[in-house]
Design a protein around this ligand. Structure first.
Ligand code: G6P
Length: 371
């Protein structure tokens, strides 16, 4: 009903707006002001966590994209190798699992059958399983050795939004906690990440205030047949997520690519007026940043309509951007917390402009309980 939507047109709009609170709730009591992480609920002992030699993240859909981003963060902070696998592929390929493998299952519902079967397989092989889940007492956390709940609150819209940002938040917490437990020295960079993570709800709220031009752009694009998404580093899984959102909601053919792969194939798809969304990393990472700026130049020279998401103050991309949206500055590993928001709004708004049901896209279910 309209009352349940609290004045919003759709649940998804409400859930996008709730993201600052959802992330704040997920951080609550876990990130202390003194620069240490507290995970009282972690049922794996510090000794067990110190013994881990490999992490495998298993998940589906949007949760899988959270896992892809988590890999960049967890490996960088802990130096533990991280693999990320679609849960539906996992047990069929005879994965290498030992007692010292930590399997992290990410699932909003905690009931996704592919993910459940993946963790059952992992436990049969004596690996430890940590669930990152939004639903108290659901099957996946019940069958796991440990659980870190995301405190996103109920998500009604089929396409995941606030669950995704809280999954990222939980992954960051787990990664930093592992680093802490394993005695990795928190250098200035990690200390900065912790501070910025605590302040990220304000950055997400600021991003939400800037969405009017994104809505307007989306509404002008009802004729689009294909939209491509490009990114590097954590921008690559963000590109995958932006494309998934557009497929799910607006039924528009969309693909996400690693920008470096452009020259190995996708650039052949570029033609006059093809919309291409590009997520640009911070200019503080010049090696990454400058490469993506030249990618944008290359596709624009071939006629692409470039829709660029860049950090505040980054004007280097302006000459090559048909549309330029700025998001607040965060350390690169945390950038998905803000830069995903315009991708969500873009897809939902375009779907609505096309007359589709944003909360209940055709053929999709909120939780898929069959393999
Ligand atoms: C379905 C939903 C997606 C979700 C995926 C995984 O496909 O439509 O939005 O990302 O399941 O769901 P889970 O509950 O395991 O996170």
């Amino acid at each position: 009903s309209a009352a349940e939507k609290g004045g919003y047109d759709w649940f998804m709009q409400k859930e996008i707006a709730e993201q600052p609170q959802a992330v704040a709730d997920t951080l609550l009591g876990r990130v202390n002001g003194d620069g240490r992480l507290v995970l009282d609920e972690m049922r794996l002992s510090e000794e067990e966590l110190r013994a881990i030699t490999k992490i495998i993240v298993v998940a589906c859909g949007t949760a899988y994209h959270a896992g892809l981003i988590a890999k960049y963060a967890i490996e960088h902070w802990t130096r533990i190798p991280v693999e990320v696998e679609l849960a539906s592929e996992f047990r069929y390929r005879d994965p290498i699992l030992t007692r010292d493998t930590l399997v992290i299952a990410i699932s909003q519902s905690g009931e996704t059958m592919d993910t459940l079967m993946a963790i059952r397989h992992a436990r049969e092989q004596h690996s430890r399983v940590l669930a990152i889940c939004n639903t108290n007492g659901s099957t996946i956390p019940r069958e796991s050795d440990a659980v870190v709940y995301t405190h996103g609150g109920p998500e009604i819209g089929v396409a995941s939004t606030k669950a995704f940002l809280t999954q990222l938040t939980a992954c960051y917490i787990v990664g930093l906690y592992l680093a802490q437990v394993r005695g990795v020295k928190f250098n200035d960079e990690v200390a900065e990440v912790l501070t910025q993570l605590s302040e990220s709800p304000a950055a997400i709220a600021e991003t939400l205030k800037r969405m009017d031009p994104v809505r307007k752009l989306a509404r002008s694009m009802v004729g689009a047949r294909t939209v491509l998404f490009l990114g590097r580093h954590v921008g690559y899984p963000m590109a995958l997520e932006g494309a998934l959102k557009l497929k799910e909601l607006a039924y528009i053919h969309a693909e996400g690519f690693a920008a470096g792969e452009l020259k190995h194939g996708p650039i052949a798809l570029i033609e006059q007026d093809l919309p291409v969304v590009v997520v640009v990393p911070s200019p503080k990472r010049p090696l990454l940043h400058d490469k993506i700026v030249s990618n944008i130049q290359e596709i624009r020279a071939r006629g692409a309509k470039t829709i660029v998401i860049a950090e505040d103050g980054d004007e280097a991309v302006a000459p090559y951007a048909d549309f330029l949206f700025h998001v607040p500055e965060l350390p690169i590993l945390l950038q998905p917390l803000v830069a995903t928001v315009p991708l969500q709004v873009f897809a939902a708004e375009l779907a609505d402009a096309l007359g589709y049901d944003v909360d209940q896209p055709r053929n999709l279910a909120k939780s898929v309980t069959v393999e």
